[in-house]
Design a protein around this ligand. Structure first.
Ligand SMILES: [Zn+2]
Length: 285
């Protein structure tokens, strides 16, 4: 729980605190069903005693970040403890759909943490999941990890008008300034601060590129990271110490709870300074 009643984003990155003010929603749960829609349920914390009518809005998005652009409203009701989304979103092998709850009172607005729709965690499982995530986060933040900033790649939104092929959707310019080579306008959501990755080189060999630049060191790296938010390949991580940027090329959950990823093992590629990813802003605008 946070001492700050207004839950502003903290200036530094306190270890172990991932989301500041979502405690007001108790243990929110996503109950997805194949038919009849997805219900998101929560329990308002008794310490919330704001004046006025409590208006809840269910929002959905596919990135699980705090950027307001990543979310759209689904349904709004007053004085409820669950909301149901009747639409089936992005069905497929990888469930990217996230939900979050917004509570507006006369005094202020609260947001829940992004809730993903992978797997089913009951109340006891959920408690375990939160404590494992928190413990891993403290370990990374205090000992093994490097502080960084995460850029979540867009996988939907407005298509890039400049470089995307009208018929096939193919991205024609990997260095496009409007979409950063993703094909979607803006390319990436606003950066997520306080993402600690335990990064180490995949191998330390030096190979010889005889045609272009002589000996070059390996650019493949491995990392351990917590699955909050969930990552996808193509996401970009920036090392806060030296501003180097890495692209996630492969990810594998090495700790899971009932099919919900908790900790990832990542394969990353260190990007050359000429890469368009270095034009991404290092702070939220
Ligand atoms: Zn483009």
């Amino acid at each position: 729980m946070n001492d700050d009643p207004f839950c502003d984003s903290p200036p530094a990155c306190p270890p172990g605190v991932l989301f500041d003010c979502d405690f007001v929603f108790g243990e929110p749960m996503v109950l997805s069903a194949r038919e009849g829609g997805t219900t998101v349920q929560w329990q308002l914390d008794p310490s919330v005693r704001d004046e006025g009518v409590y208006r809840y809005t269910l929002q959905t998005g596919n990135a699980g970040v705090t950027d307001p652009d990543a979310w759209q409203d689904v349904v709004s009701e007053t004085e409820v403890c669950f909301l149901t989304d009747l639409e089936r979103r992005l069905p497929g092998v990888f469930p990217f759909t996230h939900y979050r709850i917004r509570l507006e009172t006369d005094e202020r607005t609260y947001y829940s943490r992004p809730l993903h729709t992978m797997g089913q965690l009951g109340y006891e499982d959920w408690r375990m999941y939160v404590s494992v995530i928190r413990a891993e986060h403290v370990l990374l933040a205090r000992k093994t990890g490097i502080e960084g900033i995460l850029h979540k790649r867009k996988i939907s939104g407005r298509p890039c008008q400049r470089c995307r092929d009208f018929n096939t959707g193919e991205v024609r310019d990997a260095a496009c300034r409007s979409c950063f080579g993703t094909g979607w306008l803006g390319g990436y959501y606003q950066p997520v601060p306080c993402c600690w990755f335990d990064v180490h080189p995949a191998d330390t060999s030096i190979r010889y590129d005889l045609q272009v630049q002589g000996p070059v060191t390996n650019t493949r790296f491995e990392a351990r990271a917590i699955a909050s938010p969930l990552l996808i390949s193509g996401d970009i991580w920036m090392n806060q110490q030296n501003s180097e940027r890495y692209r996630i090329v492969q990810l594998q959950p090495i700790v899971e709870m009932k099919a919900v990823p908790v900790v990832y093992q990542l394969a990353m590629e260190r990007l050359p300074f000429s890469d368009i990813a270095y034009q991404l802003p290092a702070e939220a605008i």
